[in-house]
Design a protein around this ligand. Sequence first.
Ligand code: FAD
Length: 266
Amino acid sequence: MKPAPFTYHRARDVGGAVSLLTELGEDAKYLAGGQSLVAMMNFRLARPSHLVDLGGLRGELAYIRDEGGMLRLGALTTHHQVENAPLGPGFAVLREAMSWIGHLPIRTRGTVGGSLAHGEATAEWCLLAVLLGAEVVVQGAAGLRLIPAEELFRGFFTTALEPAEMIVEVVFPRPAPHAALTEFAQRRGDYATVAAAVDLDAERVVLGGVAPVPVRVPEAEAVLARGGTFAECAEAAAAAVDPPSDYHRALTRTLIIQSCEEAMLR
Ligand code: FAD
């Protein structure tokens, strides 16, 4: 299928893009890598009347800055740029998780900001942002604001972004040398059925695919904090979540153990 008709606009700078989207109203959308939005438009699941293409802002917003223990990613950084970045052990989990996202052509176009704004519950960037306590820097008509990743995801494909707000940067405030993300998908490159991410240093456990948003599991985190086994941690998570099926619960158990073991071996 082809998308419903729309008017194409090309943004020249961040301020101009935000003003334009504010002016055009709720029928307008930003276009980043197009890897989710264009597919939805082709299926007529999204029918924006106006697209504001952010492609011209890559010079400004596609960057990876390691500032000694704090990592800043521009919103238009692609998954593939991160996959190829010389990130040290503190942020290797980000680089390694990229291979789970779709296929190479998707990773060369899809962006960090687009993925967070799309807010899919098993999207790797959404899990990683919650796992590592990231802050999302957002530009709106009234100026900049910071949204903690844990507060960004509100429901099924729903985020805390106001209609014309643009994600400009994601800040990962601390390294995570003992963190890992694993998942199971029906076919390589598909979105995960269940994804599990663990940070052993911060004692965090995040799951995707068991709720409409990525969720931390305090019951499993408490097991890590008291020095319990990985199997106990996995059992606590499987008992605490309310997944769509027993199959998801079984995957939760297996993937948490796998993530813990990978994280420990780093
Ligand atoms: P777009 O598609 O351009 O935009 C997505 C949404 O975000 C739109 O609503 C848009 O208006 C909004 N938006 C974009 N940028 C911004 C911004 N800076 N500020 C505010 N709003 C913004 N993703 C995964 O995570 N894991 C997978 O396994 C996976 N598999 C895929 C398989 C296939 C076959 C395909 C086609 C896609 C897959 N994706 C997967 C999606 C891919 O990662 C997308 O890149 C990502 O979801 C959206 O990024 P984008 O830059 O393409 O955003």
